[in-house]
Design a protein around this ligand. Sequence first.
Ligand code: ADP
Length: 461
Amino acid sequence: MAEKFTFTPTALADLEPNYDVVIIGSGGAGLTAAIQAHELGLNPVILEKMPKIGGNTTRASSGMNAAETNVQLHHHIVDSFGDFYGETLKGGGMNNQALLKFFTEHSALAIDWLADHGIKLDDLTITGGMSVMRTHRPSSMAPIGGFLVTELLKQVAAAQLPLFTDVKVDELIVEAGKISGVKATTPDGAVTITAGAVLLATGGFGANKALLGQYRDDLKNYQTTNQPGATGDGILLAQAVGAKLVDMDQVQVHPTVQQDTDHAYLIGEAVRGEGAILVNNQGARFVNELDTRKNVTAAIDQLGGTGAYLIFDRGIRDRVKAVEFYDHIGLVKTGADLETLATETGLDAATLKQTVADWNQAVANHNDAAFNRTTGMDRDIAAGPFYSIHIAPAVHYTMGGIAINPATQVLNQDERPIAGLFAAGEVVGGLHGNNRIGGNSIAETVIFGRQAGQQMFKYLQ
Ligand code: ADP
């Protein structure tokens, strides 16, 4: 059992008036950028507006996508940057190709960089729209988000980097055409912090109903999986200094979110990746469960508002540690056999039994004639107890945001860099096109977080 690690944010009294770089946001992108910048000799500060560190990153479950990694080779998977690029583009349709090229070609380096910091993602799973296992995760199979944030915070603590919580950036300061610092609100009042460069690592706007409504009126009544601080502040901060925004109407609705309680819990794609199926309220399959998020969402919406049910067994549950958590908080129904599960869940028992029998046959034959599913078929649904989780789509990820170039420089309306302003992570638009692939958001935070740390160093030289 790993030792419990608790991170203590820096005391507000230690906030300095000047740093080399101000990093706004403590999710995967902000933490990675801070560590990288520090390792290049810079003096960064991380400002987080919430009392809790880690943003939406802590909620990520599946893993981190990368191609051509040594981890894949250990698992006898020969992958290529080209396939990773092509499949992501196929899923997203309108991805910014320069960003996507940088992303895919630096993915393996990001896995190595994490490993160099003792952050090992040695196990693999698969997400919708990918043809091979390239979703890296810890060998404990723990959800990636909490694991990554905790491990990055160990690095932040070891390097004694200042990280303040409850400090909200309200404004970027521009001087002689360059970004030269921020104005922020702290529990003790307003402060001004000067810096040579500023990184927006503030995440998306899935929890900002007004902003969502402005771009996607149809989504304003959906629940969201996002943390309450995901309000798009960075987008508005950048816009106020002339940044260009792209794809703001591209919002990902995640197909499998449990929302029968007062909170929306995302049930990670790994549950389907490891073999779960989806059934309607009769107990029949209705979709290729590992089609893209967009297509699976559309299929569930077509059921007419009933939502759908993930069905899996002990063998699949053992491969996805997050299920222990879902069960602990009461999201999972259990049956010693399929008949009991159907009764517990409110499905038709005969239909569910037939559905599972047909599915197990498809797994055995490697041929899903009904829905052409080709992945997540490594194991059948045969070892009781059996489980179900009721799910429906919810707002999950905002693909649109600030325009950047592959050097993470924020671009103005003329697509020229705004001097001193950088952005990385979900706050950026364009990489994912109209559909983000599961496992690509965590990869984006580490790949572009590292890049931002490096480019701010270069800019400040
Ligand atoms: P990413 O995955 O891109 O790293 P996250 O959602 O994980 O994004 O993290 C972004 C973090 O930025 C969140 O913890 C959020 O609370 C924080 N944040 C957002 N706006 C501000 C702001 N104005 N000032 C400080 N922190 C902010």
